[in-house]
Design a protein around this ligand. Sequence first.
Ligand SMILES: [Zn+2]
Length: 329
Amino acid sequence: MGEDVEALKRRLPLLDYLRQQNWTGRSAGRWEYVGLCPLHEETRPSFYVNTRKNVFYCHGCGRGGDLIRFVQLSRHLSFCQSLVCLDPQTTSEDGSRAVLEQAAASYRQQLDHYPEALSYLNQRGLEDPILIKELEIGYAPGGCLRRHLTAQGHSFDLLRQVGLLNGNGSDAFYQRIVFPLRQGQHVVNLYGRSIGAAFAHRFLPGSKGGLYAWEKVRHCPEVILVEGLFDYAALRQAGFHNVTCSLGTHLNGGQFRQLCNGPRTVYLTFDVDANQSGQLAAELLAHRLDAKGIAARRVHLPQGHDPDSFFVAGGDAHQFQSLLEAAQP
Ligand SMILES: [Zn+2]
């Protein structure tokens, strides 16, 4: 073990870990955040995180504890296994990159064999086969990754450490559309969108990396920033090429620095949901960008919409362009 448990928890505060896993919570007091419980299905938030004590408690399922406890519960690991998978020193970078690359390739090969996956993409309005190929979208049916990757010589322990397998050896991604997240040439994480009733958004443990496909837009004077990969795909499919995605409304330090690394205008196009969380996040981000001298414009989608649903509901590129032109600082 590279560090003791208390040092690990200081290095990786529970709230940061949850946000890496795409958990979103709203402030509920000076030290508290509340959001949907990642450990059980619910529609009203009852999962509380206390940032001072660095612990969580869910009033829905009655479970609570610290970072290690959360990893144990969410990934079905023992205490020791949880420590191993949170310790970056135990996994060699090359080994984990290679196994993520092969997992992504395997998921990609599965996509065409599962009608339910293709019909989910259609339902989200994603139909362009060239774009699906370019984004390397795959499908994790669940139940076959372990055999496939161990047959290619990857150890069970490595698969578990990078989070592709749960502690009991079952696939972590089950009935999920999968997008590989690349940093330069390397896959640094995978995003899995459930096509069923399971917790909608899931990443592997560890960093989500920088802004999605940033290399393509870093020199654009105007950049459209969205929070979800289906939003990204919808805009690309509609012909907008200057798009990037922050994989949630909370930008990590690296993503924020990318937006600030040159003069540009950023069009913040977050979800317009009933609880206002997307709009609040956009407002905060606009202020932070403004303080760094970056022009931010907030794009107002119709109530209840994200960019993906805007196009699914019949919106077209011309209408979206009008929204961009009407965007306010
Ligand atoms: Zn719960």
